[in-house]
Design a protein around this ligand. Structure first.
Ligand SMILES: *Cc1c(COP(=O)(O)O)cnc(C)c1O
Length: 360
């Protein structure tokens, strides 16, 4: 068996240890005589798996008791609608910073339910930077402010948390959850699809301040009310049981690795190897301003489409897969989530050096 280095933006690599544990427990979880996939979500065994996952996530992210943790379905994309339906309930307006496609989708979807205002955008420079926004730029009457904290497609990340005063700040952290510590208390809602840095696709994690729950618009479908899920321990209906189980294994792995401070240290080390190479290469270059670079998603180009295509094809043959950039931007992108080992990045850079020499 030869596992490749998978630089996919999502679904993406999972820690090998997590996969091995899942394999060991595939036919029988503990002494239950069954796989986690086959268990009733109402069983004592499954409830224990669920509770342990939530407790470990709370511990790792330092989530205070006045926040609910929900394990939902529908991906981060469903949150683009759930947020306005549940939060645009006082003045029916919300503020948005658009830093890429996902941020824009959240903005567009909210505009269907209320007054969505564009506060700032980095579209003028192909989303290659994060706009600097201050407290006075936001509407004090907005029901919430929405940002996308790490922009998976363009490879930018906020290096600051916007100050929004009393207006709840909502952040999409799909592609940076668990990559480094984040101060949960600065946010009203944090949400993430699991398939980037946590688990297989299927579960969406929502961390929401409890006072924001319970005021959904009348038109909100029952399944799209946060209240429905918070009142039922995320088991109003069948949850994505297996994805939650794998998420739980990932949380345990992170704890064992040394928590989010340690993840940050490792992620900074990995990203530096790649960015240092890009900064010194004559052929490859990064596309994002240095101060807003993501630790997780690293886009780069040669400036020549044919050479880009050749690089993607040859890298694939050498065991580095999914390096092609997002279909909307072209070029290359290396997603280096928590599960990407440092050797994966070192070997990729070696390969890039060789490619550069051979194609100079
Ligand atoms: C992948 C991604 C999404 C979309 O997630 P789905 O779970 O496919 O809906 C949204 N936001 C960000 C930042 C992403 O990276």
């Amino acid at each position: 068996m030869a596992r490749v280095y998978n630089f996919s933006a999502g679904p993406s690599m999972l820690p090998e240890e997590v996969l091995k544990t899942a394999a060991d427990e595939m036919l029988e979880y503990g002494t239950s005589g069954q796989s986690v996939m086959e268990m009733s979500h109402r069983s004592k065994e499954y409830q224990a798996i669920f509770d342990e996952a939530e407790a470990n996530l709370r511990e790792i992210m330092n989530i205070p008791d006045d926040y609910a943790v929900l394990f939902l379905q529908g991906g981060a994309s469903t949150q683009f609608a759930m947020l306005p339906l549940n939060l645009m309930n006082k003045n029916k307006k919300a503020d948005f910073i658009v830093t890429g496609q996902w941020a824009n989708k959240a903005y567009q979807e909210a505009a269907r339910y209320g007054e969505a205002r564009l506060v700032a955008s980095s579209k003028d420079k192909t989303f290659s930077y994060i706009p600097k926004v201050a407290a006075e730029d936001f509407d004090k009457d907005a029901d919430y402010v929405h940002i996308c904290f790490n922009n998976t497609i363009y490879g930018t990340k906020y290096n600051y948390i916007p100050e929004t005063g009393d207006v709840p700040l909502v952040a999409d952290i799909s592609s940076c959850i668990l990559s480094e510590p984040i101060d949960v208390t600065k946010f009203g809602v944090l949400y993430a699809g699991a398939q980037k840095n946590v688990a297989p696709a299927g579960v969406t994690i929502v961390i929401i301040r409890k006072d924001l729950i319970g005021n959904a618009m009348d038109i909100t479908p029952t399944m799209l009310k946060y209240e429905t899920h918070s009142e039922n321990g995320s088991m109003f209906n069948t949850p994505p049981c297996y994805s939650i189980y794998i998420a739980g294994l990932t949380f345990k792995w992170i704890k064992k690795m040394g928590g989010l401070e340690k993840m940050k240290e490792l992620n900074e080390k990995k990203a530096k190897i790649l960015y240092d190479f890009l900064d010194n290469s004559k052929m490859f270059k990064g596309t994002v301003v240095a101060e807003d670079r993501s630790l997780m998603n690293v886009p780069f180009i040669t400036g020549n489409d044919e050479l880009d295509a050749k690089f993607v094809a040859e890298s694939k043959k050498a065991g580095f897969v999914n390096l092609k950039g997002h279909r909307s931007v072209g070029g290359m992108r290396a997603s280096i989530y928590n599960a990407m080992p440092i050797e994966g990045v070192e070997k990729l850079v070696e390969f890039m050096k060789k490619f550069e020499e051979e194609n100079a």
